[in-house]
Ligand binder design. Sequence first.
Ligand SMILES: Cc1ncc(COP(=O)(O)O)c(C=O)c1O
Length: 390
Amino acid sequence: MSPIRPAILNLAVNGIAQVAGLGLGDPDIVPLWFGESDLATPKFICDAAKQALDDGKTFYSGQRGTLPLREAIRDFHKRTIGRDIAVERISVPGAATLAIVTALQCLVESGDNVVIVSPIWPSAFEAAAVVGAEIRFARLEEDWNAGRWRLDLDKLFAQCDARTKAIFVCSPGNPTGWVMTQDEQRAMLDFARLRGIAIVSDEVYGTLVFDGAKHAPSFIEIAGEDDNLFVINSFSKPWAMTGWRIGWLVHPKSLDAQMKVICIANNTGPTSFAQYGAVAALSPEGDTFRATMLERCRKGRDVVQDFVDRQNRIRWMRPEGAFYGFLKIDGMTDSLAFAEDLLLRARVGVAPGSAFSSPGDAAADSYIRVCFAQDTARLAEGLKRIAGAI
Ligand SMILES: Cc1ncc(COP(=O)(O)O)c(C=O)c1O
């Protein structure tokens, strides 16, 4: 008998990694597969981290993030969402991915389930699987007439039972670019309160919205400080810091003491000098950089729109936020095989739609995801290769 948990033995590498494994690092490939921009982290952020290294900031520091960083995060929320949250509610365990694991560790015991709004970035449900949760998907539906994804809350609520510990939702969505409305958030919060279910809200693309708002609707605006709400955030996307592995978690105030222990158990806090870079990212200069990143995404979205308009087999629901094109290719039934073929024959890396949903979701297999936070010429070249292959 193996001592390894069945949940671990059952883990399998997701489709994005499978495709990337065939060509990662090959300079001939146009890489649109991962969730990151092609911009390197801006110099002022790197300089702050370098200075910290030169100053000997190489020791353990703040088990759940240093106080200056947590205060700067509080101020960021004040600026973007207009809410003044207590620093006791803010923890920096490491990257957002670890923040998700941390939130789920607070919630899930063996036999519990997590209801996840899909299509969704696979690490979210992989994290749920790792902590031992049963995963239930509540799929967004295509509303081609309205041109946007639609969440059927009744269907989602019907997925919940006595063993449901959390609803996981990501808005703006990866891969869909769907943005949840505040009314939908209120309805979800009301239901969750009534049933004693937590909400894990992944808001890492919160400021990457195209409607001119400072931030997409956030659960932070409507929840109280002791609601069972866990909001995930990250420096990775708006500040081009994916390799830094730093993000944060806003959690119930009542978990102040416990969160310190969990953060110690998981990683004894984030990397010391990375936190100095993160504080710099939250400065006014960082706000200016975020605007540059948003503009890059807006231009990238226009390039994809232009491409879609010229294709007769490709459609999309124009994203309201984040930086992905989730492209439906009429007639395609095996997105993994298609993505592998695209890579080997057309030299362009895309993520297969099947990676973002439950294995039984046939509709997902007619999609691919491309990241458009890229140089427009390179993005256009990648899209041209996709068109050629089709
Ligand atoms: C929705 C979402 N949340 C979290 C992350 C990961 O953030 P981090 O790099 O901080 O782990 C990603 C990365 O693709 C993402 O798309």
